[in-house]
Write a protein that binds this ligand. Structure first.
Ligand code: GTQ
Length: 346
């Protein structure tokens, strides 16, 4: 479409519009309202072995307390400097060394965590101390106080996912440190919420007031057991293998209003059909190794690696041995706004 930049009369008008903080739509229309998503983000993988070395180096140079959160931000190469792994999501790798504490704070941004390694870690969320075991999924909904610690002998590393870019899109960011101290007083037993949901009944203090799950901890052992059970009972999905979605047990809905998360089992030799969806997706390899094709990019992955698939790019997964992939995206936010689309391709 011609923009009229070659036409002196139009150009003169554009100059006068510019002085009035105004611009002709017809010059930008095709960039603004695109027929399909045109992400600036690109598909990319962060090699865990390499990132782990850098993270441990950071561990020698700054304490968790001094840093507040000792995290290496995973920056999408297509939008460097934005602290974003996709247009709507933040991701980082966080390290807590034995004996360290990351002080209690809260913020409007919601966070999710997938524990990558270590066993002595914990996160306290609103007075509940949650033990961290590799593979566990933990949420800290918007405005819940959270502090992290490591009572074990080994480094603890996890993947953080936050909806910071969404919060900042709305200019709705708030944050504060916990005036009651660095470490929360523990007011609920770990697993208490789980035990109560197991009965199918809700004590009133566990009836969710807000929009997020009252259960903050989803232990890996149970997820793996469920994946194996479903694998035995059913045929696997041609695109996704055996895939389970983390749910708010009180509603069956998403754990948090902006982010969804999944764990999927790709059986040995799985050769998935291609699909695409409008939610750019961050994957973390829990177990195994394989290859994913995202658009024109071939991503070879192994345990601990984090990789990102961009919006509406054709994606397919292949697994060598049995593999387990964790993933998260902004799907609930897109669905709430009536924007989410998915396509399975032949
Ligand atoms: O653990 O509270 O990766 O506040 C970024 C911001 C983690 C956290 C991040 C945070 C946290």
């Amino acid at each position: 479409m011609g923009t009229g930049l070659d036409n002196p009369a139009r150009l003169a008008l554009y100059g006068r519009l510019d002085q009035m903080h105004s611009a002709p739509l017809w010059a930008v229309m095709s960039q603004l309202v695109t027929p399909e998503p045109r992400p600036r983000c690109i598909p990319h993988r962060w090699d865990y072995a390499h990132m782990r070395g850098l993270l441990l180096e950071a561990g020698e140079l700054i304490t968790a307390k001094e840093a507040e959160r000792r995290v290496l931000v995973l920056e999408n190469p297509g939008i460097r400097g934005a602290s974003q792994i996709t247009q709507s999501l933040y991701a980082g790798l966080q390290l807590i060394m034995p004996g360290e504490v990351a002080p209690s704070h809260r913020h409007a941004a919601a966070a999710l965590r997938l524990i990558i390694e270590g066993s002595g870690g914990y996160t306290a969320v609103n007075g509940e101390r949650i033990p961290m075991t590799a593979g566990d999924f933990i949420i800290t909904p918007s405005w819940t106080f959270h502090d992290h610690g490591n009572l074990g002998d080994d480094p603890v590393v996890w993947l953080d996912g936050l909806d910071v870019p969404i919060v900042n899109l709305f200019d709705a960011s708030f944050a504060e440190s916990d005036s009651s101290g660095e470490t929360q007083r523990i007011e609920r037993a770990a697993g208490d919420a789980h035990a109560r949901y197991g009965s199918g009944m809700l004590p009133l203090e566990y009836v969710p007031e807000g929009v997020s799950s009252p259960v903050f901890h989803y232990p890996y052992a149970r997820v793996l057991e469920a994946l194996r059970q479903i694998e035995r009972a059913r045929t696997t999905d041609a695109c996704h293998g055996v895939k389970l979605q983390y749910a708010n047990p009180a509603t069956g809905g998403y754990p948090m209003p902006t982010m969804a998360a999944w764990m999927q089992l790709l059986p040995a030799g799985f050769d998935g059909r291609p699909f695409r969806s409008t939610d750019a997706t961050v994957y973390c390899v829990r177990e195994g190794e394989g290859v994913s094709i995202v658009g024109d990019t071939r991503i070879e992955w192994r345990q601990g690696d984090v990789f990102v698939a961009t919006s509406w790019s054709t994606t397919s997964h292949r697994s060598r041995g049995d593999s387990v992939l964790f993933s998260f995206s902004d799907r609930p936010a897109q669905k709430a706004l009536g924007l989410w689309r998915e396509q399975r391709l032949e």
